[in-house]
Design a protein around this ligand. Sequence first.
Ligand SMILES: Nc1ncnc2c1ncn2[C@@H]1O[C@H](COP(=O)(O)OP(=O)(O)OP(=O)(O)O)[C@@H](O)[C@H]1O
Ligand SMILES: [Mg+2]
Length: 239
Amino acid sequence: MSHVILIASGKGGTGKTFFAANLGACLAMSGKKVVLVDMDMGLRNLDLYLGLENRVVYNVMDVISGVCKIKQALVRDRRFSELYLMAASPIRDLRDITPLHMQVLCEKLGEEFDYVIIDAPAGIGEGVEVAAASADTAVIITESDTASVRDADCMDQLLREIGVSKRFCVLNKVNAELMAMGAVPGILMVAKELRVEIAGIIQYDTNILIANNRGIPIVVKQDSYISENITKIAERILV
Ligand SMILES: Nc1ncnc2c1ncn2[C@@H]1O[C@H](COP(=O)(O)OP(=O)(O)OP(=O)(O)O)[C@@H](O)[C@H]1O
Ligand SMILES: [Mg+2]
């Protein structure tokens, strides 16, 4: 059975697209067939983080509005045996997309792929409700600052109401030094604020920033602590 995993956040810029790209790459390296769907209409980035921006012709909106077939909108990442991207539309307009469209799209993708990973737009607007329509699992990416954590909890409640049964949180861009100084909330304090289970912690690392900018999922460097960490997070999410 295929899984539909939503990557969401309350606050913007927490690392959703980075995590989506790397979770996809990690699963593809373990032999799974994976499609990454960018649902951040108007603010698409997933193509950049995968270095596929020059190969995108059609996008999700084209598929849903019948301009092209699903296959035509899938860009294969040739570095992996079975990793594909369906890019978001460069235009923000969500007018033509309903949760039902998303359900049909995910059902069709589910016939071909083991995992459908959806990069959601930030915030609790209509965009995330559409993106979440078929998700069985959600990963909420948050930073450890008070505002980001509170917004992650709001997102968790929204996703619970929508009916996403398995929900996890990943704490990203963690700065251990600031935590130790008490300048930002520590892990225990964050865990107390969140009703959702924390599936993992990713530290702030300039290598991640550089890899994203170069269009390289950092997990391809298999012996690194980052790839080990993301692999473990994937295992916890996909139980
Ligand atoms: N662990 C990390 N360490 C360092 N930089 C990171 C880390 N995670 C993400 N970044 C950087 O933080 C910025 C935001 O990341 P990203 O684009 O993945 O966030 P997002 O949640 O998808 O943003 P948006 O809400 O705009 O879609 C990017 O510059 C990215 O390279
Ligand atoms: Mg993003």
